[in-house]
Design a protein around this ligand. Structure first.
Ligand code: IPM
Ligand code: MG
Length: 357
């Protein structure tokens, strides 16, 4: 089992190191190879996704990814910005199905900004289409900065588009996932305004006919954003496009207490997958050793389950994470009175210890 390890920028290096520590402790004989990506790769190779990194990722059974991005690259022309590395990996590897489970651990009920009764027992799955939509349409606009200014353009646009097969395959993923859960799918769109999302809604409805055992409902994205904080437990599987999924998954993350808790899996048609925390590179806290590594550690568990067929090892990681939370250990993002504040490395080590006992 070959794993490409791509830590990236900011807190990426710190949190991935902890996930690697946990994977090592499992003694599964994983072959892990590390490469540069994002701003870190730009510094050395002049490109955020160098050929060597892309080749390593393509040949791996799975990819463990940290995070990319730093404000200091904001002035670069877009193709050279760190974010293009993760977008490029998603596109080149065809990782169209993004799973973002938002689970509220009972130990963290108090860490959310919402009332405990609203989120206790929350377990929803956001399925975000990841290789289409306005993210991969036709951009046009300010490309190159000269002395911090962008000359010569009075408008900018990005095109939103989806093709039938793109919607069909993500709809199948959602219905099949729902079959393993409570057999309910909410498809989120903006069909009242956008043609792209009327098309989305029609095709999801059509595919739904093949899954008569799964209940399907539709919701506009603005309403979905509201319902997510009003009564999040009413949702089970949520399927949506790339852009809405980006926004709603950040919102859902906060229901769990912290975005530092939300793992993700991005799969292609052959179940090759990229696993990353749903949060970013957090340059403001990078290098301080305070970032929460649990989203990345839980992403490693998803990797074992989805791409490497190591269900048991995945369970072990998840149990160990719960145990560490029960012991009262908290990084600063989930810390509250009466719990013990720990740093990134201490949290990772505690998970390793919990695994072994
Ligand atoms: C995410 C991130 C990325 C996205 C960025 C870093 C390109 O926000 O994975 O949610 O927008 O998809
Ligand atoms: Mg995002």
């Amino acid at each position: 089992m070959n794993i490409a390890v791509l830590p990236g920028d900011g807190i990426g290096k710190e949190i991935v190191a902890e996930a690697v520590k946990v994977l090592d402790a499992l003694d599964l004989g994983l072959e892990m190879q590390t490469a540069l990506v994002g701003g870190a790769a730009f510094e050395v190779h002049g490109h955020p996704l160098p050929d060597s990194t892309l080749r390593l990722a393509k040949s791996a059974d799975a990819i463990l990814f940290g995070a990319v991005g730093d404000w200091k690259y904001d002035k670069l022309e877009r193709p050279l910005r760190p974010e293009q590395a993760i977008l490029g990996l998603r596109k080149h590897l065809g990782l169209f199905a993004n799973f973002r489970p938002a689970i509220c651990y009972e130990q963290l009920v108090g860490a959310s900004s919402l009332r405990p009764e609203v989120i206790a027992g929350l377990d929803i799955l956001i399925i975000r289409e990841l290789t289409g939509d306005i993210y991969f349409g036709q951009p046009r606009g300010r490309r190159t900065a000269i002395d911090g200014h962008f000359p010569g353009s009075e408008e900018a646009f990005d095109t939103m588009r989806y093709s039938r097969p793109e919607i069909e395959r993500i709809a199948h993923v959602a219905f099949q996932s729902a079959r393993k859960r409570s057999k309910r799918v909410t498809s989120v769109d903006k069909a009242n305004v956008l043609e792209t999302f009327q098309f989305w809604k029609d095709i999801v409805t059509e595919i739904g006919l093949q899954y008569p055992d799964v209940a399907l409902d539709h919701m506009y994205v603005d309403n979905a954003a509201m319902q997510l904080v009003r009564a999040p437990k009413k949702f089970d599987v949520v399927v949506t496009g790339n852009m809405f999924g980006d926004i709603l998954s950040d919102e859902a993350a906060m229901l769990t207490g912290s975005i530092g808790m939300l793992p993700s899996a991005s799969l292609n048609a052959t179940n090759q997958g990229l696993y990353e925390p749903s949060h970013g590179s957090a340059p403001d806290i990078a290098g301080k050793g305070i970032a929460n590594p649990l989203a990345t550690i839980l992403s490693a568990a998803m990797m074992l389950r989805f791409s490497l067929n190591q269900e048991h090892a995945a369970d072990r990681i998840e149990v160990a994470v719960k145990r560490v939370l029960s012991q009262g250990l908290r990084t600063v993002d989930i810390h509250s009175v009466g719990t013990r504040l720990v740093g990134t490395a201490e949290m990772g080590s505690a998970v390793v210890t919990a695994l072994k006992n």
